[in-house]
Design a protein around this ligand. Structure first.
Ligand SMILES: NC(=O)c1ccc[n+]([C@@H]2O[C@H](COP(=O)([O-])OP(=O)(O)OC[C@H]3O[C@@H](n4cnc5c(N)ncnc54)[C@H](OP(=O)(O)O)[C@@H]3O)[C@@H](O)[C@H]2O)c1
Length: 251
């Protein structure tokens, strides 16, 4: 990049687990305990992208970034934060809250400044452009670090207004839990669900073209080859992926 040039904000993906009513949290914490989803979250956010079937891959040149709201940061038990192996970025309007973050955790006063900091670090996994066409360049062959927005509700809603928000990895839980914060409706925000994203389809070759480039993490699913719907201690869920098909109307 030329000195003084303004870097393009990185493309990024949302990663979320929500219930049948799109509830995601209650009283500042998660309403459920779902270890397979926690394992998937860790694998997807730590992987070098695009992740292929053959692992291990060489490490990315830089760590992936996980961008979160201040309340989500505070919802992580202190012994588990910052999330290891990832660049943690916490968004808060409070200078005091940002100053209290531990060394190595980036504080940003807004999403724009979070993305500007990340853009200044170099290139990130491009996810998928809106309206891919034959002219769309293929996803990078070599692994790249990726940017994820990991919540909570305020950050997801703000992120969906950003055109560089290109993909969403959604753990869809069939039951409904008492929740006080909710995930937006992706279809109403210009996203379409990828077919068969829950079935380890990238590895089996069923997931073609656009969807495969969005969801190579199918290879990371905790139960490869498992049926679409999985159950853990009476919680029924499926891993799904979505990609943006039209730009945000309010961008
Ligand atoms: N199910 C899931 O996958 C999942 C994932 C993550 C979180 N969660 C749950 O979601 C809940 C937290 O979500 P939440 O919506 O209440 O909070 P949040 O989005 O995590 O954090 C909100 C805070 O982030 C800062 N913020 C938000 N938008 C901003 C902006 N545009 N510019 C600057 N700062 C901004 C503000 O911090 P300041 O007040 O400091 O200014 C705001 O109070 C918890 O229950 C958590 O467990 C669930």
């Amino acid at each position: 990049m030329c000195p003084g040039a303004i870097a393009t904000p990185p493309a990024f993906a949302l990663i979320v687990a929500h219930d049948a009513a799109r509830g995601i949290g209650r009283h500042g914490t998660m309403p459920w305990r779902l270890p397979p989803d926690m394992a998937f979250f860790a694998a997807a956010t730590r992987a070098a992208w695009p992740e292929a079937e053959s692992t291990p891959k060489p490490p990315p040149p830089r760590q992936n970034a996980v961008v979160m709201g201040r309340k989500t940061w505070e919802s992580i038990p202190p012994r588990f934060r910052p999330l290891p192996g990832r660049l943690n970025v916490v968004v808060s309007r409070s200078a005091e809250a940002r100053a209290a973050l531990p060394d190595g955790v980036l504080g940003a006063g807004g999403l724009d400044s979070a993305f500007a900091m990340l853009a200044a670090m170099g290139d990130w996994y491009p996810w998928l452009p809106v309206a891919p066409s034959a002219a769309t360049p293929p996803p990078p062959a070599a692994p790249m670090p990726a940017v994820f927005v990991i919540g909570g509700a305020q950050l997801y809603a703000a992120s969906l207004r950003e055109p560089q928000c290109r993909a969403a990895l959604v753990t869809a839980i069939e039951q409904t839990f008492p929740c006080d914060v909710f995930f937006p409706d992706l279809a109403a925000n210009g996203f379409a669900q990828d077919a068969a994203s829950s079935e380890h389809a990238a590895a089996s070759g069923e997931l073609q073209g656009a969807a495969a480039s969005v969801f190579p993490a199918a290879a990371l699913l905790p139960h490869p080859g498992a049926p679409t719907t999985m159950t853990h201690k009476a919680v029924t869920f499926a891993f799904t992926s979505w990609h943006r098909i039209s730009p945000p109307t309010t961008a």
